[in-house]
Design a protein. Structure first.
Length: 385
């Protein structure tokens, strides 16, 4: 693939032409209806020359090798590096967005690095990453780019991770999640009021996505709820949400409660205290969830994994650093090293040792360097990041 040819975009999936000539995007439940030259709310899917186009194909807001726990995923190859990237735009309008400079960008054309799916897969392999994460903004809106990259990664035995709000239609979700090995879905709240007033969306499609991923795919699933004081942290709401998770997804789906910090249109809202995360975690555990975590605060106890059978510390975590490891993993099945209780997740024979390192890289630059080395091997040498 010629990267330069991707700068004008790529034909999009999931749309149809209306009788009045507009194009309706069928990728997410917004169903944006676009006249010629218009873009959807996500800002990256556009009606250009009477066809639906993904305008950000082959371009990214940046690439970085992160710890997998940062996604956050605590039960998917713990301690391993993941090559993370995103594009721009979003199909929700969350007033608290922590990545608003990316998701709300309207000037991304001059900011983004270029990289083909092949570039990304090669960079992941060269960096030692076990997986590639589609993150920073929601990969649903760059579905075509994510799917092509996922295919290139699977050819090299690199796993694929989607970090998403799960706001996607039934038709599109089947193709999108079929390529993913692990998924973290933001369950932003458990009220329609919050989704509509704060996020500009609806709760129902997200719950449908959660159930679909859990029951109809082989992807490993974890959930994240960013707790905002006075908005989605009431005991009654957390009780209802965690009961729904236990009943509909099962007790083994890990849930991460993370702390809000003032951002974008909610700068006057205070940061979430650690005590709120602890309180909500206790409610979730009482309702039968086996693996409940706290994040965005320093809380080794809340970040660590415990056996739901005997309470033994299985994986000790301090930030993104792993300590204690009391898992027995045989033939891909994990068990408590003390009582033998089965532990849900995708684990290697031992922990990875990536730690908290964060390493930016440029897949396109590496491609150019490899091409140059083929022309003049004596002049160039490639060093993995």
């Amino acid at each position: 693939m010629n990267t330069a040819n991707t700068l004008s975009g790529k034909a999009a999936r999931y749309w149809h032409r209306l009788e009045d000539g507009r194009l309706q995007c069928d990728l997410c439940p917004r169903f944006c209806k676009l006249h010629a030259g218009q873009r959807g709310l996500c800002f990256v899917r556009a009606n250009r020359d009477d066809e639906m186009l993904l305008t950000t194909y082959g371009r990214s807001s940046g690439f970085c090798v992160d710890p997998i726990e940062k996604k956050p995923l605590n039960h998917f190859l713990p301690g391993t590096p993941v090559l993370s990237f995103g594009t721009a735009g979003c199909n929700l309008a969350c007033k608290f967005c922590q990545n608003w400079d990316i998701t709300k960008s309207r000037e991304f054309d001059r900011l983004q690095a270029t990289a083909t799916p092949e570039d990304i897969a090669v960079a992941a392999a060269q960096s030692g990453s076990r997986s590639v994460a589609y993150t920073y903004n929601d990969p649903v809106i760059f579905l075509e780019y994510a799917l092509d990259t996922a295919a290139a990664c699977h050819e090299r035995d690199i796993k694929n991770v989607a970090v998403t709000a799960g706001y996607i239609t039934a038709d599109a979700r089947e193709e999108f999640f079929s390529c993913m090995d692990a998924v973290n879905i933001d369950l932003k709240a458990f009220s329609e009021r919050f989704y509509w007033k704060i996020c500009g969306g609806h709760l129902g499609p997200v719950l449908d996505t959660l159930q679909y991923v859990k029951t109809e795919t082989n992807a490993w699933l974890e959930l994240t709820t960013l707790l905002i004081s006075g908005q989605n942290d009431a005991d009654s709401e957390i009780d209802a949400m965690t009961r729904w998770i236990a009943d509909n997804l099962g007790p083994d789906v890990p849930l991460h409660f993370t702390a809000f910090h003032p951002s974008w249109k909610m700068m006057d809202t205070p940061s979430t205290p650690k005590s709120t995360l602890t309180r909500c975690r206790e409610i979730a555990l009482r309702n039968g969830l086996h693996y409940v975590y706290t994040g965005n605060v320093h809380d080794p106890a809340g970040a660590s994994t415990y056996c739901p059978g005997c309470g033994t510390l299985l994986i000790g975590r301090d930030g993104y650093h792993l300590g204690e490891w009391n898992l027995s993993v045989q033939a891909g099945q994990a068990a408590c090293g003390n009582c033998g209780e089965s532990i849900a997740g995708v684990f290697g024979p031992g922990p990875g040792h990536w730690g908290a390192k964060r390493r930016p890289l440029s897949p396109a630059s590496q491609r150019e360097q490899r091409a140059a080395s083929r022309k003049d091997p004596a002049k160039w040498s490639y060093t993995s990041p």
